[in-house]
Design a protein around this ligand. Structure first.
Ligand code: M6R
Length: 608
């Protein structure tokens, strides 16, 4: 949700770094982009739309600078226009600011500044910041003081970078509940919303904490905590992972590429953790809290979107395999609920990006209850990975497409491992699930071989306006996730339902124009789902189903069937979801939509 990037160094190459950084942060927002450089005189270049368009405008190498900040926007306040694009500046055009987050008290600040004679050109919340800095600068004549005072006035969430025409040796940054990382180079520093944007240049990073501001020159970073009014000593940390630059290869879209990475994703999530010869699970990230885990009698999972649905699969897995009661809550609801906690509760936060504002707020909410917090996170070094007590990384690699696909597969794999780990081998399911997990990469490959068939069916069903997804037990969260994928990519109205709920309302919608995607793989409850399919057919609803290879019953009732290899019911989501992801992908392609950048969305949701 908005990406910010900055460079200060001894070389005149700010625009090169800022533009390439913005390109890798474009998943955070792609409504408009902009850059501010301080060369002989300040330059601000903006563009509505993609970073590529901005890069085409920044062509004058002689005009490049040793200092610059850039921004890619996901609009919150005001539509995507040139005036609303960042950087924003004061009336004299001496102070330039980029911002990620939401300034909740901006109306009040704006009124205050207007009464002081300031005028505004944009509808954004951000524009108050350069004016506020200007206001304090006139009083205190010192930029760092003015910057700190302005930041103290802000309420909400922000990562902010500012540069000042009269101090072209320094970038000023601030952070509260929004990610910001400083990269340390030789005679240069980089800033970015996410470490992936600077990993090509350095692996040494400094993370800022809430209420911290920093003044960054080419060879120094000085950090202050504005709440406690103290200087903070912060050493650089070494990032301990390699970032593969996201390349499309022969794939037309990142989403298709990432779905096709499912076998390697499962493999990466089990590598070194699941041992077939000894039937053991080793989760290094949980070792430090192994004693505490023994006393856990309740687990609350918090997450948003696709990660929430992975959490629902986790609920079925942990309850059935480990016998511990689990509740899955939407992080955005959980953080405002007033519910009791005991020290024997553990909270598991699931997040691909590790930066989702609601999920971070949910973790912070339990900080004072002595609740053990665990992260199931993909992005290494992200906020959630750092603020939880312990956790298990997903190791899915960088996910570029806005729709979460391989990350979901990795999250479900990790949750299966956590369920097995918590069971301490006390369930008869332990060995079969553990052994079968090792077969899943090959089975995922077999599902992917079916892609041409899924593409054909996607074309057949792409012109419907509505879709119902149905499943029972482990297939129910898959139905929810399948419907989310379809709506976010193809803008078709889709609803996921527990099949048993059909007769309690949704059946009323069914007619020949309202198709159903039924997940009816072999399980104890399959016959019941087949009955639901018959009820839909009796009302002329078209039915597309997923069934287990070799099953003869589902095809007697459904109009079309996609088959997946036979596996344990507990592991079916890992195969079923590949089908649902491919189906949503091909429908969106058929409709001519931008699958990697669906309208109105951003990959990392860092605001409430
Ligand atoms: O990074 P997170 O996993 O915390 O993100 C949560 C959701 O925003 C995310 O899963 C979203 O629903 C995806 N676009 C779904 O494809």
């Amino acid at each position: 949700m908005c990406g910010i990037v900055g460079y200060i160094g001894k070389k005149n190459s700010a625009s090169k770094f800022v533009l390439s950084g913005l390109q890798s942060l474009e998943y955070r927002g792609y409504d408009s982009a902009g850059i501010a450089l301080l060369s002989k005189k300040p330059q601000v270049i903006k563009q509505v739309g993609r970073v590529e368009g901005l890069a085409n405008q920044v062509t004058d190498e002689k005009a490049d600078s040793h200092i610059g900040i850039g921004h890619t926007r996901w609009a919150t306040h005001g539509s995507p226009t040139m005036l609303n694009a960042h950087p924003h500046y004061n009336t004299d055009q001496t102070v330039f600011v980029v911002h990620n987050g939401i300034i909740e008290n901006y109306q009040e600040l704006r009124e205050r500044l207007v009464s002081e004679g300031y005028s505004f050109v944009s509808e954004t919340d951000t524009e108050v910041v350069p004016h506020l800095i200007d206001f304090y600068l006139r009083k205190h004549k010192n930029f760092f003081t003015a910057f700190g005072l302005a930041i103290k006035d802000l309420e909400g969430a922000y990562a902010i970078a500012a540069i000042y025409d009269k101090e072209p040796e320094t970038i000023y940054v601030a952070r509260l509940s929004s990610p910001l990382v400083i990269g340390v180079g030789k005679d240069e520093h980089f800033i970015a919303s996410d470490a992936t944007a600077l990993m090509d240049r350095t692996k040494k990073v400094i993370y800022l904490d809430d209420y911290e501001i920093a003044a960054i020159t080419s060879d120094n970073v000085s950090v202050h905590n504005i709440k406690e009014a103290v200087e903070v000593k912060r050493a650089a940390e070494e990032l301990d992972y390699d970032h593969e630059k996201a390349e499309l290869g022969d794939y037309p879209h990142f989403m298709l590429k990432e779905i096709h990475e499912a076998p390697q994703t499962i493999q990466a999530a089990i590598r070194g953790r699941v041992r077939a010869d000894t039937n053991t699970i080793k989760l290094g990230g949980l070792e430090a809290v192994s004693q505490q885990l023994k006393y856990i009698d309740r687990i609350v999972i918090v997450a948003c979107g696709t990660s929430f649905y992975a959490g629902l699969v986790g609920e079925y897995l942990i309850e059935e395999i480990a016998g511990i009661p689990v509740e899955v809550q939407l992080a955005s609801e959980f953080k405002y609920r007033k519910e009791p906690f005991s020290r024997s509760t553990a909270l598991i936060a699931i997040s691909q990006s590790g930066e989702t504002a609601d999920t971070i707020a949910a973790i912070k909410k339990v900080e004072n209850y002595g609740v053990l917090t665990l992260g199931v996170v993909n992005a290494v070094g992200s906020t959630i990975a750092r603020i939880t007590d312990a956790g298990v990384y997903c190791h899915a690699g960088h996910e570029q497409s806005v729709a979460s696909t391989k990350a979901f597969i990795a999250q479900v794999t990790v949750l299966t491992e956590i369920a097995l780990h918590l069971s301490e081998g006390r369930t008869p399911l332990y060995k079969p699930v553990l052994q079968e997990l090792l077969e899943l990469p090959d089975k995922a490959k077999q599902v992917l071989e079916n892609a041409p068939e899924i593409e054909k069916l996607a074309k057949k069903y792409s012109s419907y306006r509505d879709f119902l997804y149905l499943g029972r037990n482990y297939a129910y969260p898959c139905a929810l996730e399948g419907s989310l994928k379809l709506k976010e990519l193809s803008y078709i109205h889709a609803e996921g339902y527990a099949a048993g709920e059909m007769k309690h309302g949704p059946l009323a919608m069914i007619d020949k124009d309202f198709p159903t995607f039924a997940i009816a793989c072999d399980s104890e409850l399959m016959e019941k789902t087949i009955s639901n399919i018959q009820e839909i057919k009796a009302r002329k609803g078209p039915v597309l189903a997923i069934a287990t290879e070799g099953n003869k019953k589902v095809s007697q009732h459904a109009d079309d069937v996609i088959y997946v290899p036979s596996t344990l019911e507990q592991l079916q989501p890992l195969l079923v979801c590949i089908v649902l992801q491919l189906f949503a992908y091909y429908v969106a392609v058929e409709k001519g939509y931008n699958v990697d950048r669906p309208r109105n969305l951003a990959k990392s949701v860092t605001v409430e």
